[in-house]
Design a protein around this ligand. Structure first.
Ligand code: AMP
Ligand code: ZN
Length: 468
């Protein structure tokens, strides 16, 4: 069998994967900042980590997956300025930070469940690990990496020789473009907060006592503190979106390698590329954010979004648009319908006939998680004339352990039938309501159909319907 190779951001190469302890893999994934709903771009970072985990499980590893919940300290700007995202959201909603965090953590968990992500072994919250973060800050202070200014306690990046390694940063260049609104007293623009002091005149919702004074931890500290608590001072794989590499992950490395005297702290850094809207970033400020719940409202099956995700390699930028989503939905429905037919065929496995297909599927994923290539094997098997129905079924269900499309249970949606004039008439009525901007009327018809188990899918060619 071929070796497993993963692309490592740290070394900029594909490398053979071997865990620190034989048979066991520790993965840490940067989770959501729970100040608002997550969008499907954020969800891509979760689906990527889930594919990684499922693949490693299928290879026989025991996997310890830690995903954190950021519920304090993530400021509006990555450069330690601006308000804390959680504080801002809580004040706007007139709720406590804990209420906001609970609400969006719950939503995030539901989204993950709907796209069939396996539960992480640990899901720690930053606000519940303040003591660990302070302890880590103390170690860094004792070793002389920190300095104190009016605003807080800062990490001096000039004291860590490998600071620019992970993201190949140009630190001198950064100094030249120092922003005028940067925190006063910082020695270098890249220096980052370990602990921020609560300003005496501002009442924060979340603040704690520390040896340095009352305040709250810098955002990056939580991931170093919680990963070491649950995975040890060195571990195998750290994941996150590519946007995190240059600041957040770079600072995690600095804190951890300096505090624990380890190098490399993390063996493999794996980053997913962005999901965008064709060159345009998904961003709350632009108002072009799509959440999984929006897709569901449009009648999409969340697992069709997982199918969509699998069509691109995780290191490729992926473009989301209604046409691509529609194509993925169709592909997913066809696959579900096909497997549903095969589920009933009696067992008659021919392991030899199956073997080359299993090997091709595995080889695709062992080569830096090439999901599109693995999906091509899925369709080759699904359409194969040479494999028996029982072998096709066995293979597809085995592949699905890694793909997570729930093929063992998914119920096919009946294709649109021309022969139901009553439903077609309701659809036409809804369309007319929408055209005259009577959205309440249109929604009422959608709800009536939903009560009968019929979902409407709006496509570029007009609305279509299917029975659940
Ligand atoms: P946040 O809740 O902003 O802390 O982000 C959670 C995760 O989503 C991080 O790993 C981000 O890198 C990732 N992420 C944010 N936007 C996107 C996007 N458009 N596509 C893929 N991943 C993203
Ligand atoms: Zn993190």
């Amino acid at each position: 069998m071929s070796a497993i190779v993963f692309y490592n951001t740290r070394t900029r190469t594909k490398q053979d994967f071997a865990p620190l302890q034989p048979g066991r893999v520790g993965i840490y994934t940067c989770g959501p900042t729970v100040y608002g709903p997550q969008h499907i771009g954020n969800l891509r970072s979760q689906l990527f980590a889930d594919l990684l985990k499922r693949f490693l499980l299928s290879e026989g590893f025991a996997v310890e997956h830690v995903i954190n919940i950021t519920d304090v300290g993530h400021l509006v700007s990555d450069a330690d300025e601006g308000e804390d995202k959680m504080e801002l959201a809580a004040k706007r909603a007139g709720q406590s930070a804990a209420e906001i965090a609970d609400k969006y953590t719950q939503m995030w968990r539901e989204d993950r469940a709907r796209v069939n992500c396996l539960e992480p072994e640990r899901n720690p919250r930053a606000s519940e690990h303040i003591a660990e973060q302070i302890a880590l800050g103390r170690v860094l202070e004792e070793k002389g990496y920190l300095y104190r200014i009016d605003d807080g306690l800062y990490f001096d990046v000039s004291k860590f020789d490998h600071y620019s390694e992970l993201a190949r940063l140009d630190l001198e260049g950064q100094r030249d473009v120092q922003r005028i609104d940067a925190v006063e007293g910082k020695r270098h623009p890249a220096d980052f907060a370990i602990w921020k002091f609560a300003a005496p005149e501002v009442r924060r919702l979340q603040e704690w006592d520390s040896p340095w004074g009352r305040g709250f931890p810098g955002w990056h500290l939580e991931c170093s503190a919680m990963s070491s608590r649950y995975l040890g001072e060195r571990f195998d794989i750290h994941t996150g979106g590519i946007d995190l590499a240059s600041v957040h992950h770079t600072n995690e490395v600095a804190q951890s390698e300096c505090a624990y005297d380890v190098r490399p702290w993390v063996s493999f850094w794996m980053h997913n590329e962005f999901l965008d809207f064709g060159g345009e970033k998904m961003s709350k400020s632009k108002g072009n954010v799509t959440a999984l719940s929006d897709l569901v409202e449009q009648g999409r099956d969340p697992l069709a979004f997982r199918y969509f995700f699998l069509q691109a390699h995780y290191r490729q930028q992926q473009t989301f648009n209604p046409e691509a989503m529609e194509a993925a939905s169709r592909g997913y429905r066809r696959l579900v319908a096909l497997v549903a037919e095969l589920r009933a065929v009696p067992d008659s496995a021919d392991r030899d006939a199956q073997a080359p297909h299993r090997e091709r599927f595995r080889a695709a994923l062992a080569d830096d998680l090439n999901a599109p290539k693995a999906m091509a094997v899925v369709w080759d098997v699904a359409r194969s004339d040479s494999l028996s129905p029982a072998d096709r079924r066995d293979l597809l269900l085995a592949f699905d352990e890694v793909l997570g499309l729930d093929l063992a249970h998914a119920v096919p949606a009946e294709e649109i039938s021309e022969s139901d004039p009553r439903i077609d008439a309701m659809l036409a009525e809804r369309q007319a309501a929408r055209e005259r901007k009577d959205f309440a009327g249109a929604d009422r018809i959608r709800d009536e159909l939903a009560a009968e188990g019929i979902s409407i899918i709006d496509t570029p060619e007009g609305p279509r319907w299917s029975r659940e």
